[in-house]
Design a protein around this ligand. Structure first.
Ligand code: CTP
Length: 404
C-alpha cells in the first residue's frame, strides 16, 4: 500500500477569529492522525475563541500569536521565526479564515504574525473562509476570494448551513474532511486542472426490486465513484453524481441524483449526459432485474422457488457518445486484462479502469484500490495499491490525456 501522502508532511495551520475556530482542534487531530506534523499560528482574536493551550497540546508544538514572541517558537530563531516557518512548511492551511484575514491577505497586508508569515510563505496556501452569510456574500469578500485564487492560492469555499447568528446561508466553514481532501490534492501535486469541465460520474450498486421488501443488489459501496466525484470537484470540475443506494457522503456543491434501479440509472445518465463532456461510469449496474415486481410482499406459503429475470440494458454500450469522453469500469475475477480490453472495445470507450477482485485490499467496501487503466490505444498503466481518493486522481489524470 502506498504510504499516506500526509506522512511526515509539515503543515502550518493558521487560525483566525471566528466561532468556527473550535473546529481547528479537530483539524489538527485529523492531520496528525494522518501522519503530519502541525504547527499552529493564531491571530489574537482567534485566541478569544479557542485557547492556545488546546491547540498547542493537540499539535504538540508551541502556538504563535504575536509577531514578537517572548519565547522561541518551536526552537526557531526568535527574530526571523516567520522566515523559518515559511521555509519549513510543505503547506499552510488557514481554517477558519475570517473575511478580514481574507481581505488582508488578498492585498498583501502583514499586520499580525499570521499575515506576516503568509507573505513569506514558499509553500502552497489553502484558505477556508468562514463568516456570517452577509459578510461572506458581500461583493468585496467575494472579490477578495477571487483575488486569492488569481494569486494561485487554493480556496475551499464556505458551505451552506445554519450559522452562529441563527441565520442560514453560505458562510459555514467547509467540513474538515473536505479541507483535508483539498490539502491532499495540493500535496499530491494536482491543481485545478479540470476547471471549466463538466463531468458526470455514476457510483454505487443498483437495487432491483423483487417485492416491496426484497431486492437483488450487489456489494458495491459507492466509495470509488464518490472519491472520483470529490477529486474531480476539488480539481475544479463541475460534477454531477448519479448514485445508487450508498452510505457515502458527498460535498454539497456536487449535484447528486439518487436512483435505485438499473432502469432509473439509465434514465438519469441519458438525461444528464448532454450537459457534460465526460462520463465516468463506475457504478456496478445490475445485469439482471426481476421480470415482475410483486406489488405485495411475497409470503412464505407461496413456496417461491425461482425468480424470472430479464437482462437490463447496458447503459455504457447503448449511450449516444456524441464526441464525449467515456470511461467505464471492469470488475473481473479471471482473465482480467483480456476481459477488460474486450469491454473497452465492445462498449466503444475511451478508457476502462480494471479492478481485479484477486488483488487484496481492492474492490468492494475497502478504502483502497489497485487499478489498471487501459486506453483505447491499447496503452495500459498499472497503478500500485493506493487509497481510493489517490486512485480517483490517477484515473482523472488519465482521462485528461484523452483527446477528442
Ligand atoms: N454497465 C452499464 N450497464 C449495465 C452493466 C454495466 O453501463 N447494465 C457498465 C458498468 O458501469 C461498468 C461497465 O459497464 O462501467 C462494465 O461493467 P461490468 O459489470 O464489469 O461488466 P458487464 O458488461 O456487466 O459484464 P460482466 O458482468 O459479464 O463482466
Amino acid at each position: 500500500m502506498q504510504k499516506d501522502i500526509f506522512t511526515g508532511k509539515k503543515i502550518i495551520l493558521g487560525v483566525t477569529g471566528c466561532i468556527a475556530a473550535y473546529k481547528s482542534a479537530y483539524l489538527i487531530r485529523d492531520l496528525i492522525k494522518r501522519g503530519a506534523e502541525v504547527r499552529v499560528i493564531m491571530t489574537p482574536s482567534a485566541a478569544e475563541f479557542i485557547s492556545p493551550l488546546t491547540l498547542s497540546t493537540l499539535s504538540k508544538n508551541q502556538v504563535i500569536i504575536n509577531t514578537f514572541p517572548a519565547h522561541q517558537p518551536g526552537g526557531q530563531n526568535l527574530t526571523t521565526w516567520h522566515i523559518d516557518y515559511a521555509i519549513w512548511a510543505d503547506i499552510m492551511i488557514i481554517a477558519p479564515a475570517t473575511v478580514n484575514t481574507v481581505a488582508k491577505i488578498s492585498y498583501g497586508f502583514a499586520d499580525n504574525a499570521l499575515t506576516t508569515l503568509v507573505l513569506a510563505l514558499r509553500s502552497p496556501l489553502l484558505i477556508a473562509p468562514a463568516a456570517d452569510v452577509d459578510m461572506y456574500e458581500n461583493k468585496i469578500t467575494q472579490e477578495n476570494l477571487v483575488r486569492l485564487e488569481k494569486f494561485g492560492h487554493y480556496v475551499v469555499h464556505s458551505e451552506r448551513g445554519e450559522l452562529a447568528s441563527g441565520l442560514s446561508g453560505k458562510g459555514r466553514l467547509a467540513e474538515n474532511e473536505k479541507i483535508i481532501d483539498a490539502a491532499e490534492i495540493i500535496l499530491s501535486g494536482y491543481k485545478k486542472d479540470l476547471s471549466g469541465k463538466k463531468i458526470l460520474v455514476t457510483a454505487g450498486p443498483t437495487y432491483e426490486d423483487i417485492d416491496p421488501v426484497r431486492f437483488i443488489g450487489n456489494r458495491s459501496s459507492g466509495k470509488m465513484g464518490y472519491q472520483i466525484a470529490k477529486a474531480a470537484f476539488l480539481r475544479g470540475a463541475d460534477v454531477t453524481l448519479i448514485s445508487g443506494p450508498s452510505h457515502e457522503k458527498i460535498y454539497e456543491e456536487i449535484k447528486l441524483k439518487k436512483i435505485r434501479s438499473a432502469a432509473e440509472m439509465k434514465k438519469a445518465v441519458e438525461s444528464e449526459i448532454k450537459f457534460n463532456e465526460a462520463l465516468i461510469m463506475s457504478a456496478a449496474v445490475a445485469d439482471y432485474t426481476p421480470a415482475n415486481v410483486s406489488p405485495k410482499k411475497i409470503k412464505k406459503e407461496e413456496k417461491l422457488s425461482s425468480i424470472k429475470l430479464n437482462e437490463t440494458e447496458d447503459i455504457l454500450a447503448s449511450i449516444e457518445k456524441n464526441g464525449k469522453i467515456i470511461a467505464g469500469f471492469a470488475l473481473e475475477t479471471d482473465n482480467e486484462l483480456k476481459n477488460a480490453s474486450k469491454k473497452l472495445k465492445s462498449k466503444n470507450l475511451d478508457l476502462i479502469v480494471l479492478n481485479s477482485l484477486k488483488d487484496k485490499h481492492s474492490g468492494f467496501e475497502t478504502d483502497s484500490n489497485k487499478v489498471t487503466v487501459i486506453h483505447s490505444s491499447g496503452k495500459k498503466i498499472e497503478f500500485a495499491l493506493q487509497s481510493k481518493f489517490q486512485a480517483a486522481n490517477r484515473i482523472l489524470s488519465e482521462l485528461l490525456k484523452v483527446k477528442k
